[in-house]
Write a protein that binds this ligand. Structure first.
Ligand SMILES: *Cc1c(COP(=O)(O)O)cnc(C)c1O
Length: 351
């Protein structure tokens, strides 16, 4: 079975298993786990931020970030296609009492600057919650792993900062973005106030994400992590895999991008598949399927197609509105890509 549902299905490398076994441990709630401390220092340096915090998941990292940036009743701006808006249960609003203001997401994950400008409130109008934070996403998941450039990130942060609004980057796959752009990750996140990235996706660690920002921000985020029950004890067991992820698994993401490009180019040759292979720049491709009459598949038919693909050895995910997502990752090579194209062709023939 070739699993293209997500890069979260990656298993830890042998070097990670070894590092986990040997990890030096302590109680991290006392700040005494040397392995967690090392990972946090390493992540902060890599991102060019003062401090970093190890969190159990990307969702907790994003939620802790929003809580740390906004007070109760202070609003944050998010894109209507963002992970924070779609896939995190509205956590920051539920736990922290921060209303969200939603703006449109462009095709490549860029947010509309004019809508942001209009959406920012300084709180002088008694009807409107004051805006404290803007959240951006890079790479952009629901847009198909698209990348915001350094210039785009700077345009967003400049606008927000001009109004005294902080910026958090949901950078679950920010290393994929940096590699696609060919820039150091620290350059890409230089102007944002905080950034979260996942160790447990393309970087292949079993568990964990990192949140980075100023020392003062991380101190507040650490309290929010505790509030959500995310204070972990001998967390060095999993942090050890995170260290290996940063040391050994970042540069190889380029292979995933190359494999995804092959996959997208292969899909583009099938007349029943609608895909914009040009837009595939990282490890994701989003496409939809038409039936033999060239009509788009209904939701039900899309699910049937996915079941057929599964029978032919290929697992992929449905992300709504007939859109199918395939993600390349550690553990898959060019042969797997060729085999999955064969499986997908067979599933198309079964339609
Ligand atoms: C996966 C993901 C997250 C959340 O990470 P989890 O570890 O699954 O909670 C946040 N943002 C984006 C863009 C993601 O793809």
């Amino acid at each position: 079975m070739i699993d293209l549902r997500s890069d979260t299905v990656t298993l830890p490398s042998p070097a990670m298993r070894e590092a986990m076994y040997r990890a030096e441990l302590g109680d991290d709630v006392y700040g005494e786990d040397p392995t967690v401390n090392r990972l946090q220092k390493m992540a902060a340096e890599r991102l060019g931020k003062e401090a970093a915090l190890f969190v159990p998941s990307g969702t907790m990292g994003n939620t802790a970030a929003v809580l740390a940036h906004t007070g109760r009743g202070e609003a944050f701006i998010v894109g209507d296609q963002s992970h924070i808006y779609h896939h995190e249960l509205g956590g920051a609003s539920t736990i922290g009492g921060s209303p969200r203001h939603v703006v449109a997401t462009g095709a490549n994950g860029m947010l509309d600057l004019h809508q942001i400008q209009v959406g920012i409130s300084d709180g002088s109008d008694e009807h409107t919650a004051a805006t404290a934070l803007l959240c951006i996403e890079n790479t952009h998941n629901r847009c198909g792993g698209t990348v915001l450039s350094v210039t785009q990130v700077e345009a967003l942060t400049e606008l927000a900062h001009m109004h005294g609004v902080a910026v958090h980057m949901d950078g679950a796959r920010v290393f994929n973005a940096a590699i696609a752009l060919g820039v150091p990750v620290s350059t890409l996140v230089r102007t944002v106030d905080s950034v979260m990235f996942c160790l447990s996706k393309g970087l292949s660690a079993p568990v964990g994400s990192m949140l980075a920002g100023s020392r003062d921000f991380i101190r507040r985020a650490q309290r929010m992590r505790k509030l959500m029950g995310g204070g972990m004890r001998q967390a060095g067991v999993i942090a050890a895999a995170g260290i290996v992820a940063l040391e050994q698994m970042v540069d190889r993401l380029a292979e995933d991008h190359e494999n995804c490009k092959q996959l997208a180019d292969g899909l583009a040759e099938y007349p029943q598949i609608d895909v914009d292979a040009e837009r595939v720049v990282t490890n994701m491709v989003v496409f939809s399927v038409r039936n033999s009459e060239q009509e788009p598949l209904t939701e039900e038919e899309t699910m049937q197609f996915l079941a057929k693909a599964r029978e032919h050895g290929v697992l992929m995910g449905h992300i709504g509105e007939g859109r199918i997502r395939a993600v390349t990752h550690y553990g898959l090579d060019a042969d797997h890509i060729r085999a999955s194209l064969v499986g997908i062709r067979r599933a198309l023939l079964d339609l």
